[in-house]
Design a protein around this ligand. Structure first.
Ligand SMILES: CC(C)=CCC/C(C)=C/CC/C(C)=C/CC/C(C)=C/[C@@H]1[C@@H](COP(=O)(O)OP(=O)(O)O)[C@]1(C)CC/C=C(\C)CC/C=C(\C)CCC=C(C)C
Ligand SMILES: [Mn+2]
Length: 299
């Protein structure tokens, strides 16, 4: 048995992976206090590894059994047994924050869906997928970020502690819907359609149109409809941020505003997600940070 990385080295590895693969989230974590930031990096790496099983270079060899083994690996982490270098940071994080195993299991269930499904008939079906692969990240992050202490008043000396889990899930779903809208073309090239088939039918747009990358009035109306739905989830998430611990409101606002900007870019590209990638330039991201700070202070 070889020696595993030290705790410091393990967190440093997690930091490097997050910085490399998730520029926007990494920017958000840089605004967080040290302990929370490190924990989010460890969780990011676990999520990225889970996604890579069905989406990464080895995805063709992934089966149900691979995911069963990954679930056993997860149980080992929660039992305090790291198996590799990045696990060391994850086990430490699990010891420091009140993380529940269920959202982690749910995310693996979401990746299982990618193994056998490449169509969603209704929005309800898609929403379940989005909860599993992304809403779960909201639950994990909230357990790390924490909530503000409830206000004690003479007329309410024992106020109930409210955890904004629903709003946290909403932010995950909003992010995932944004991903789906940005990546329609890329997913179609892999034979995947995440947009609900009911929605396509509503706008009289067919799977064949989508595979041909046709951008016309029907497509633009369909995209407006989907963008509006994603924005409703962002709006729901906004309502939960003031319940969170004060020291992470700015990073969460930043993550929300930065990710939502992708929808604005899709609009700027006149909904052509087939031949253009909606990309938010760095200067626009930077301009969003003071806006996020202001919101964190006043909302
Ligand atoms: C009350 C309240 C509003 C609380 C805030 C809760 C909160 C911070 C919610 C954010 C949730 C979040 C960051 C969700 C990420 C969703 C996401 C991007 C999921 C990715 C899936 C995409 O799959 P797909 O294959 O379509 O896309 P790719 O081409 O592969 O990218 C995932 C890949 C699943 C795995 C998720 C991740 C790798 C991201 C995990 C992110 C974090 C742990 C960082 C959280 C960041 C901050 C700043 C808190
Ligand atoms: Mn992926």
């Amino acid at each position: 048995m070889r020696t595993l990385a030290s705790l410091e080295d393990s967190y440093e590895l997690c930091r490097q992976v997050t910085a490399e693969y998730a520029k926007t989230f990494y920017l958000g974590t840089q605004l967080m206090p040290e302990a929370k930031r490190r924990a989010i990096w460890a969780i990011y790496v676990w999520c990225r590894r889970t996604d890579e099983l069905v989406d990464g270079p080895m995805a063709a060899t992934t089966t149900e059994e691979t995911l069963d083994r990954w679930e056993e690996h997860l149980e080992a982490l929660f039992a305090g047994h790291p198996r590799d270098d990045v696990d060391v940071a994850m086990v430490d994080t699990l010891g420091r924050f009140p993380l529940d195993i269920q959202p982690f299991r749910d995310m693996i269930a979401g990746q299982r869906m990618d193994l056998y499904r490449n169509r969603y008939q209704t929005f309800e079906e898609l929403e379940l997928y989005c909860y599993r692969v992304a809403g779960t990240v909201g639950l994990m992050s909230t357990a790390v970020m924490g909530v503000a202490p409830p206000v004690i008043t003479p007329w309410n000396p024992n106020p109930e502690i409210i955890i904004p889990n629903q709003e946290a899930i909403a932010l995950g779903i909003a992010n995932q819907l944004t991903n789906i809208l940005r990546d329609v073309g890329e997913d179609a090239r892999r034979g995947r359609i995440y947009l609900p088939l009911d929605d396509l039918a509503l706008f009289n747009y067919t799977e064949e149109d989508l595979f041909k990358g046709i951008v016309d009035d029907r497509w633009q109306e369909l995209m407006r409809f989907e963008i509006q739905r994603a924005r409703k989830f962002y709006a729901e998430a906004e309502r939960g941020i003031s319940i969170l611990s004060e020291d992470i409101r700015w990073p969460v606002w930043a993550a929300l505003v930065l990710y939502r900007q992708i929808l604005d870019e899709i609009e700027r590209n006149e909904y052509d997600v087939f031949s253009k990638r909606a990309y938010v330039p760095k200067w626009r991201k930077m301009m969003a940070l003071p806006v996020a700070l202001l919101r964190a202070k006043v909302l």
